[in-house]
Design a protein around this ligand. Structure first.
Ligand code: ADP
Ligand code: ZN
Ligand code: ZN
Length: 745
């Protein structure tokens, strides 16, 4: 018997519907009505405008509903306001990737989809923006550009392309928009707006590859055997062993077949150097995708990837979600780097997403690092990653020698031991460069009163204020951003006995300027570098081969190539040796090896000096006597005994509210629910416990850590439980779930 609903289905009263992902913090997708014509045209991966509650939002079609799909009686069915695209702009593979990621990281699909779109498309702007094309107007303007090197350069390039060149391509070649505008003002060139050309461009070799050494050859050949199928490689190569050359030679083969290569790097700071290496090797269209671009540039780069115009796509974390019709290879450089993990909102790990994407796209993926993560070594042990070693430094460079300086028995000036100061002096006199690493910006991390012991603490956090002297004297909390003025006298006892304790990069800079007045000190930290452009200046200075002191934080530790640095000093890593986080030693070991790897990359041999109060720490011993791989092996053994990740899978629930009691009461009740509603002994529940920094920005933080050997089952139970937790949660409490957390803070 047909039921009554079916009898009513006649062409006149069919309700055509699409299901869409809406950018709101809700785990469901929602259905909207469309006309028969719209239905015919609709495709998953298109943007539509919809009204949602009182908002007008840009949503993505995730499903064209079959006409007999039952209507959900809970919601009033509204119509789609407008179709924003005439074709799908997220392809099937990217949609599958996003759906998987939303499910795996337990984050609302609508918000996850937003991550894949450039801002202008999220805002509902039309796909086809007009491109700015620059053309030469005056063919004899050499005299008019004589006075500016930049204008000369731009003019020369533009003259080579009489048909005109897109502004974003010119920008990639280092020609700034400001220079173009200046030439326009002089009426030497003009700007046309033209429809963008999205045709793929041919690729050719601009420069011969280097002759690969034995290790490189073996790696290249092994990877190339895996073309056109999924295989994941871990390129485990010492710092300076020529990993990039391996990437370039593998890319060459893939590009030759008209395919696209996606290269992910941890930070924007690394992109200029990488871009220039790719550009000098290949003539092809490179799209750059990172947060330092303005919205239009980012949209253009995204479109070049999505249409296949760009052959190489170079980007940071979120570029992993960019559609590419001909993806043939993924490279993720510095795979151990923490910035591949998003630390707020949608907390995905680009490395794991990249592995899944390569699997979906059926293409090889290379994870490269001199200090692979313990997680990746584990995957290699299980046969899920094929490990390839590069054991020689490329060219004539050899590995630097490590020395430990015991701070307990050394005389110091501003935290620099006498021995170190003398070594720095020697290097500079020999016209070599020195790199000093200190992972603490500002002038001093603590301000105390010598008379009464008062300390300048942030009123909103369990943390000291950091003292900054520039651009003006102030106290700054690096955790919540609070800024206070610097008191003239001690607020507790009114004496003039306030004293900075410890050192930050600004203080060391001051000391170095006094100790070595003849030499420039270049400081690299978040206070001195704010834009991509500032990196370029630093590179220029470093490539000049003049004696220079480079001083900086974490930012300096990443894969940069500093050919003239022969001495590296690490001033203080003791905090990393003493931290409670089970991954702290891994991070510290990576940092030491990476910073050390900046030394002796040119023709001269390098040295590394490590200052510490704990010269006998086992981590230092294993790194000094053996190497990072021995350290990794030991760490895997330790984690196995402790049953910590990667031997068990983790999920971290973070909770934040106005009171720690409230956190504890709520979390205790919730963890009991989880115990009742999952299999016995499946999930090990730790907590609730106060977070390592219990109070931050005036709110109290607590954690629950969940661990299990069975990832799929644990995720299954947590997924149901998490929906329950969100329903029960008091309104002013903030809860987040972090699948495979990287930091327990
Ligand atoms: P990594 O990425 O492993 O740190 P790089 O790729 O930056 O190392 O290589 C370090 C240096 O060695 C670069 O200057 C590079 O040009 C050079 N190099 C790499 N491979 C070779 C080779 N086969 N022969 C000569 N020089 C090489
Ligand atoms: Zn005092
Ligand atoms: Zn604070």
């Amino acid at each position: 018997m047909p039921n009554s609903e079916n009898i009513n289905v006649t062409p006149q009263n069919i309700i055509y519907r699409v299901r869409v992902a809406v950018p709101v913090f809700l785990y469901d997708c929602f259905d909207y009505k469309v006309s028969a014509e719209q239905y015919a045209q609709a495709d998953v991966g298109m943007r539509v405008a919809v009204s949602f509650g009182r908002q007008k939002l840009v949503a993505i079609i995730t499903e064209k509903l079959a006409i007999d799909t039952p209507i959900d009686p809970r919601f009033q069915l509204k119509s789609v306001t407008e179709f924003l695209d005439d074709r799908a702009i997220l392809n099937d593979k990217v949609l599958s990737l996003l759906t998987w990621a939303a499910h795996y990281y337990q984050f609302p699909i609508g918000e996850v989809m937003q991550t894949a779109l450039p801002i202008l498309l999220r805002q509902g702007k039309p796909y086809n923006l007009l491109a700015r094309i620059w053309k030469v107007l005056d063919l004899n303007a050499e005299d008019k550009v004589k006075r500016s090197e930049k204008q000369q350069e731009a003019y020369k390039i533009l003259k080579l392309h009489p048909q005109g060149t897109q502004e974003n391509i010119l920008n990639l070649s280092g020609i700034e928009t400001a220079t173009l505008k200046a030439l326009e003002k002089k009426e030497i060139i003009i700007c046309d707006l033209e429809p963008q050309n999205f045709k793929p461009e041919p690729v050719s070799l601009a420069q011969m590859p280097l002759t690969a050494n034995e290790d490189q050859k073996k790696a290249i050949q092994t990877i190339l055997k895996a073309q056109k199928k999924y295989q994941a490689f871990l390129l485990d190569g010492l710092t300076g062993s020529g990993k990039t050359e391996v990437y370039l030679q593998v890319m060459q083969e893939i590009l030759k077949q008209g395919k696209q290569v996606l290269v992910l790097v941890p930070e924007i700071g690394l992109t200029p150097q990488t871009v220039s290496r790719f550009q000098s090797r290949f003539h092809c269209n490179i799209a750059l995708l990172h947060s330092g671009l303005n919205d239009t540039k980012r949209l253009q780069a995204w479109q070049h990837s999505e249409t296949g115009k760009a052959s190489i796509i170079l980007g940071t974390r979120s570029a992993i979600f960019t559609p590419m019709p001909h993806l043939g290879l993924i490279i993720l450089d510095e795979e151990h780097d923490l910035s591949f993990k998003q630390q707020d909102g949608f907390r995905y790990h680009a490395r794991d997403v990249a592995l899944y994407r390569a699997h979906l796209e059926n293409c090889p993926i290379i994870l490269g690092s001199a200090t692979p993560s313990i997680d990746s070594y584990f995957l290699a042990q299980q046969g899920k990653l094929t490990r390839l070693e590069l054991n020689q430094r490329a060219g004539t460079a050899i590995m630097p020698k490590m020395h430990v300086i015991d701070l307990k028995i050394s005389k110091k000036t501003a935290g620099l031991s006498e021995q170190l100061i003398s070594e720095i002096g020697k290097r500079l006199e020999k016209k070599e460069q020195v790199l000093i690493f200190l992972n603490r910006r500002g002038y001093a991390p603590v301000l105390i009163c010598e008379s009464c012991g008062w300390q300048a603490n942030c009123p909103h956090c369990d943390a000291h204020f950091t003292l900054h002297l520039k651009p003006y004297s102030h106290l700054h909390c690096h955790h919540c951003g609070t800024i206070n003025r610097l008191p003239d006298a001690c607020p507790a006892c009114n004496q003039n006995t306030l004293k900075p304790i410890g050192m930050g990069t600004a203080k060391v800079e001051e000391a170095l300027n006094e100790l070595f007045p003849k030499y420039p000190v270049v400081r690299v930290d978040r206070d001195s570098i704010s834009r991509v452009g500032s990196w370029q200046k630093i590179y220029d200075q470093i490539q000049k081969s003049e004696p220079t002191i480079l001083l900086g934080t974490q930012m300096l530790a990443k894969g940069h190539h500093f050919p003239y640095v022969t001495l590296v000093a690490i001033l203080d890593i003791d905090a990393g040796l003493l931290s409670v986080d089970f991954r702290a030693t891994e991070r510290t070991a990576q940092l030491i090896v990476q910073v050390a790897g900046r030394s002796g990359r040119g023709e001269k041999k390098g040295d590394v000096y490590l200052q510490t109060l704990r010269p006998d720490h086992p981590l230092l011993n294993i790194l000094l006597d053996k190497n990072y791989r021995a350290f990794a092996k030991q760490t895997l053994a330790d984690r196995k005994i402790a049953e910590m990740p990667p031997y068990r899978y983790a999920v971290l629930l973070r909770c934040e509210s106005k009171s720690q009691d409230e956190n504890q009461t709520f979390l205790t009740e919730m963890t009991q629910q989880l115990r009742l509603n999952s299999e016995e002994n499946l999930i090990d529940i730790w907590g609730p416990i106060p977070a390592p920094m219990e109070r931050k920005a005036g709110r109290y933080q607590a954690h629950v850590v969940l661990l299990s050997h069975d990832r799929a089952k644990m995720h299954f139970y947590i997924r149901q439980w998490w929906q329950y937790v969100l329903q029960q949660k008091p309104s002013q409490m903030k809860l987040t779930i972090d699948v495979d957390p990287q930091e327990l803070s």
